[in-house]
Design a binder for this molecule. Structure first.
Ligand SMILES: [Zn+2]
Length: 81
């Protein structure tokens, strides 16, 4: 087990959210993560508060891919480079 700061990703009522810098013990063999008790409580707190905007650090756009046959690719975007 190795002490690490990990990102936790979860689906919530307001969509996909990421919680950064979560202290966890990570298995070097299978990468399984075990959150420290204090971290698990803080995550639970965010969940029960419904991820309030006052705690929001930043937002990112997330690309979605699909293995479903016939899924329609979005048009390529102009990233303004
Ligand atoms: Zn393991």
């Amino acid at each position: 087990m190795e002490d690490k700061l990990v990102d936790v990703t979860m689906w919530t009522g307001r969509g996909l959210v990421v919680i950064e810098n979560v202290p966890a013990q990570v298995c070097q063999d299978c990468q399984e993560q075990f959150y420290e008790k204090d971290a698990a409580m803080k995550i639970q707190e965010l969940v029960s508060q419904g991820f309030p905007s006052s705690r929001l650090v930043r937002e990112i756009k997330v690309p979605i891919y699909s293995l479903k046959e016939g899924a329609t690719p979005a048009l390529p975007e102009d990233h303004g480079i």
